[in-house]
Design a protein around this ligand. Structure first.
Ligand code: NAD
Length: 688
């Protein structure tokens, strides 16, 4: 084997480009570094032929030859370093490769690739493991496969301490490897596990990982590394390897170990695949518009791409000059596979991004099993969606999130959102993101989802928020619009039911969506003056009070239902009384917590969901009052454009609704009894 090394004549920590270098500026003991390097090279020379490149002044990291490029079969792809600090190494290494007779394959563009540091052959197999995410760019992996006739498995590195693949991953012959799983994202870990059975994988400990045990050089059955625990050595010895510790502590100060200090010039032979396997890496362009900077929207989008194991390049960016103007960015998103690309584009679309290259006709696939979509289904957002079918853009009907789009291609094709469970065999479902576009209200473009920043009211802002909500409600009522209230039993416990009843009587509620508990406690209060056994006028529990709500349930069951109980005069006040008296429809969705239940409570959850969805159709405003379960459930079925007001004492619940990313949402963190009191007072003042 031929190994390329570079004497550490100019080695030192002169800059900081990885976490190991922090605090080490100027702290390298050069003499010790030389001794360590000489010991290592002496050891290597016993098992391989060593070649040396002359170090260059001003390139302190040049001794880390593994990063100089990737070679096999007399070809080399020279490195292009991510940081300018190392760019000076590129020329001398490329010259050395030419001088040594290597055929040079140059990477197109300017994406970084840090050689063997981020690309390791599985010995004897046409398989290359390639790292990305910290130093090398995913985009470069396609050329690696083509150049060497290998399949490339792209692995995303997520821990900046393990910034190169060779710091945390060491493939060994016979399909084995040594690695540090925590250095990779979940998908990459799964990719490794799928290919290498557990008996052939050694997961190194944290201690071995930070001791750079994975950063090993294998020369036949001899392994060289900075450090390895006894346990690790013993595992490796069972595989027939002899371990050699060659401490390189001075080089560790710069984040480099034994493998970093050595470049393999001739790989273990393997049969190249011709033509080279097609690369699964895919790219597309996505446009982002809106208040990208002041609301952090751009950051969110970029984080989303990276967290999805993809990479991006901003190909265009125009920034707003004033607060009222929008910024625009175009991202070129690169993903390790078509499926991952579609996933990340769909995620960006749910943030308001718009794919620029999706003008093709929409892809359809057929349902073959009742209630089951084809695997690559497009999942909908709350935003109005259009699909490109034939030569026209078709608007999708019944828009709601987390459904699929079903297309009926007759003379007049139609497209509509459908729940998975309602899918029928033979239906055509939109798959992938090709030919799908989403229309955002201008202000809802990315970055405008300022729910938390602008619209979640703290206590001190509750009063002014309530005032403007009251104003909106009055306008909606007066123009014959629709207001839906979603509420939980806390409304009753906090003494808010009389205020909610006032709103119903005043014509401000067109439908009530709740569960079993609100009517139970509302009716309990009418019968006994208590809510869950607590006397609401004094706030104290009453004797035997816990029976009260059960008695209420029992009596309503005896009466045959809420309407019957109100009409017979059994129930004389409260929220449910007001609904019945004022013909306000209500839907009671059952849950596993329910006592009774009341005869009106729908224990068939699919039917209850459908009844909720029907009730919110055409709503202008939905007022969500202290019911996490029902508020989130309703939010999930509400399309963009509906004004949502969420009132809850828990900021987490209010923020959860913000995940809809809709500008029409307002969150108020306060006690619901207090809120309803203020709201009812405002509305009756307005009326006067
Ligand atoms: P939930 O946990 O989904 O929501 C309650 C919400 O109220 C929470 O988000 C909480 O933060 C908020 N909250 C608590 N105190 C508040 C206050 N003072 N002001 C504002 N917000 C406040 O629970 P849920 O919606 O009440 O009930 C979930 C399901 O369980 C429903 O279907 C309900 O009908 C059922 N349930 C049944 C019974 C029963 O049958 N006896 C009793 C309780 C709940």
């Amino acid at each position: 084997m031929r190994i390329l090394v570079c004497p550490p004549k100019y080695f030192g920590v002169d800059y900081v480009i990885n976490p190991w270098m922090e605090g080490q500026l100027g702290r390298v003991d050069r003499e010790r570094a030389h001794t360590q390097w000489n010991d290592l090279v002496e050891g290597i020379a016993r098992h391989a032929s060593v070649e040396e490149i002359t170090p260059c002044e001003g390139s302190p990291d040049m001794c880390f030859t593994a990063n100089a490029g990737l070679t096999a079969f007399g070809r080399v792809i020279p490195a292009r370093f991510r940081y300018p600090e190392r760019a000076g190494e590129e020329r001398p290494f490329a010259d050395w490769f030419s001088g040594a007779g290597f055929e040079i394959v140059t990477l197109p563009g300017d994406d970084p690739f840090e050689g063997e540091g981020d690309a390791l052959f599985q010995p004897g197999e046409p398989l290359l493991w390639a790292g990305y995410g910290v130093r090398s760019a995913l985009e470069t992996h396609t050329l690696l496969g083509q150049t060497f006739g290998v399949e490339v498995v792209s692995l995303q590195l997520v821990d900046p301490r393990f910034y190169h693949l060779d710091t945390c991953f060491a493939p060994l012959p016979e399909g084995r490897l040594l690695y540090y799983p925590a250095a990779f994202d979940e998908r990459s870990r799964r990719a490794i596990e799928r290919r290498i059975p557990s008996a052939k994988r050694i997961e190194v400990s944290d201690r071995d990982a930070v001791g750079f045990a994975c950063n090993m050089l294998r020369l036949d059955d001899q392994l060289f590394f900075n450090h390895a625990s006894d346990a690790l050595r013993s595992s490796l010895s069972k595989w027939g390897y002899e371990s050699h510790a060659r401490p390189v502590s001075e080089f560790l100060k710069a984040g480099g170990g034994v493998k970093c200090l050595s470049m393999i010039l001739d790989q273990a032979p393997f049969e190249r695949v011709t033509p080279a396997p097609p690369s699964p890496i895919r790219a597309t362009q996505v446009e982002l518009k809106g208040h990208l900077l002041d609301t952090g929207g751009l950051n969110r989008a970029l984080d989303l791409v990276t967290e999805a194991g993809s990479s991006f390049r901003m190909t265009s960016l125009s920034l707003a000059e004033r607060k009222d103007q929008e910024s625009r960015a175009v991202l070129r998103v690169v993903a390790p596979s078509q499926e991952r690309l579609e996933g990340v584009v769909a995620d960006l679309m749910s943030l308001g991004g718009q794919p620029l290259e999706h003008e093709g006709t929409v892809q359809l696939d057929t349902v073959t099993q009742v209630g089951v979509a084809p695997d690559s289904f497009y999942s909908t957002t709350i935003y109005l969606t259009e699909i490109h079918l034939g030569d026209q853009w078709l608007e999708v009907e019944k828009q709601r999130m987390d459904t699929v789009i079903v297309v009926e291609s007759s003379d007049r094709p139609t497209a509509r959102c459908k729940l998975f469970r309602d899918l029928e065999i033979g239906e055509q479902v939109v798959c992938g993101v090709e030919g799908v576009r989403v229309r955002y209200p201008d202000s809802a473009a990315i970055g405008e989802f300022s729910f938390m920043n602008a619209s979640v009211s703290s206590e001190r802002r509750v009063e002014s928020s309530v005032k403007s909500i009251a104003w909106e409600m009055r306008r909606i009522r007066d123009r014959g619009g629709k207001i839906v209230v979603v509420a939980g039993p806390v409304v009753v416990h906090t003494g808010g039911s009389k205020h909610l009843a006032t709103l119903i009587e005043g014509g401000y509620v067109n439908a009530l969506l709740t569960g079993n508990a609100l009517p139970v406690h509302d009716i309990e209060h009418d019968f006994f003056g208590t809510s869950l056994g607590v006397d609401l006028s004094h706030g104290r529990p009453v004797r035997e009070g816990h029976r009260n709500h059960l008695m209420a349930i029992n009596r309503i069951r005896a009466a045959g239902g809420i309407r019957e109980a109100v009409e017979s005069g059994l129930v004389q006040s409260g929220v449910m009384h007001a609904c019945v008296r004022h013909d306000v429809p209500f839907v009671l969705a059952g849950s596993i917590r329910d006592d009774g239940p009341l005869p009106d409570t729908m224990m068939d959850l699919e039917a209850a969901q459908a009844a909720y969805a029907a009730a919110i159709e055409g709503a202008d405003m939905i007022l969500m009052l202290s019911s996490m379960l029902h508020a989130i459930g309703t939010g999930n079925m509400t399309p963009a454009g509906v004004r949502l007001i969420c009132v809850d004492i828990s900021p987490a619940v209010v923020t959860k609704l913000a995940d809809r990313g809709s500008l029409e949402s307002t969150g108020i963190v306060t006690d619901v009894g207090l809120f309803l009191n203020l709201l009812a007072a405002n509305l009756s003042n307005d009326a006067g």
